[in-house]
Design a protein around this ligand. Structure first.
Ligand code: CP
Length: 340
């Protein structure tokens, strides 16, 4: 498996993903070891991070390797990412050269790049992460792009299995669109839905009108669910979707219908402040004991009430911890350092 990119879990087979989850669990329980001694992971962050950056740095350190983090425009040259432009504006270096050079120094390269394009048609191409993958010459890991956050998806799958048991067939996973003051990418919700679908869960996507996921991404979730024995439905009824759920994954995302038109997008999003997970909604989950999930960072009182976050319903810190173990497994597989 060395030499592979990890841009989306849907690029990897069900067996490969199951293998990563199994290894992550064994690493977490101390039942497997592995060395990344002498290996270096480079990471390029076009956007901020707490969990992704720290968990990857710690994963490398825990296995004897090293991580280097770069932030374009902050201590390194600002990077031009558009193909074919005359570079007479602010950016001093193109990602083509930057990716190729970094690929000569490191064994794998992670890239976080949220969408900046003016249209969804362009943003959905995930040009920055894919551009790095084209030019780096080493495995590239998607640290969150417009379309996917595969490391979060792995950690979410690990958390679902830990909390709900290894056989998730027939269990109900609700992806609940949530209120938020900003238009956020669809990478996390799509990756979470893919993770649940791959575990054979019954996935319900609940969102207000105008917040449909990219049809190709929803089709990807449906294809995986069909193959793995699960199902996918879409509804505008948040309470109905949460009722009886085994897991409620709250996540806001911006309207793709109005992508690039901030005023129109905000006008659609702002009236939906009641799309928030609270105690009453969690009490309606299966036996009142469904788990609450979110990738973090989360806005208390907006996406979810503080009492839910502070309760045993909440799995958010477990999810964040599992980023570390999932990525340890990924790095060991990508860089060939597993010995158990
Ligand atoms: N969930 C997640 O990716 O967190 P960060 O943005 O802090 O990395």
């Amino acid at each position: 498996m060395s030499g592979r990119n990890f841009l989306a879990t849907d690029d990897w087979t069900d067996d490969e993903v199951a293998g990563l989850l199994s290894l992550a669990g064994r690493l977490k329980r101390g039942e497997a070891r592995g060395s990344l001694e002498g290996r270096v992971l480079g990471m390029v962050y076009f956007n901020p991070s707490l969990r992704t950056r720290t968990s990857f740095e710690v994963a490398m350190l825990r296995h004897g390797g090293h991580a280097v983090c770069l932030e374009p425009g902050r201590g390194m040259w600002d990077l031009e990412t558009r193909p074919g432009v005359v570079m007479d504006e602010g950016a001093a270096e193109h990602m083509k050269e930057a990716a190729a050079v970094l690929g000569r120094y490191v064994d794998a390269l992670g890239v976080r790049a949220f969408p900046t394009a003016a249209t969804w048609k362009e943003a959905r191409e995930d040009g920055v992460v894919r551009g790095f993958a084209e030019h780096a010459g080493v495995p590239v890991i998607n640290l969150e792009s417009a379309r996917r956050h595969p490391c979060q998806g792995l950690a979410d799958a690990l958390t679902l299995r830990e909390r709900l048991g290894p056989d998730l067939a027939g269990k109900k996973f609700t992806l609940a669109w949530a209120s938020h003051p900003k238009a956020l990418p669809t990478a996390v919700p799509v990756s979470a839905a893919i993770a649940a679908a791959r575990l054979g869960m019954e996935v319900t996507v609940a969102h207000p009108p105008g917040f449909d996921l990219d049809p190709e991404d929803l089709d990807a979730v449906k294809t995986i669910a069909g193959r793995c024995g699960g199902s996918v439905s879409v509804t505008g009824d948040l309470d109905g979707a949460v009722h009886g759920a085994d897991a409620v994954y709250a996540k806001s995302w911006g309207s793709l219908l109005h992508f690039g038109d901030a005023a129109a997008e905000a006008a659609l999003r702002e009236p939906r402040r009641d799309w928030r997970i609270d105690r009453t909604r969690m009490e309606s989950t299966r036996d009142g004991r469904g788990m609450f999930m979110h990738c973090l960072p989360v806005r208390r009182g907006v996406v979810v009430t503080g009492d839910v976050l502070d309760s045993p319903w909440s799995a958010v810190v477990d999810q964040a911890e599992n980023r570390l173990h999932a990525q340890r497994a990924l790095l060991l597989k990508l860089l060939g350092g597993i010995d158990a």
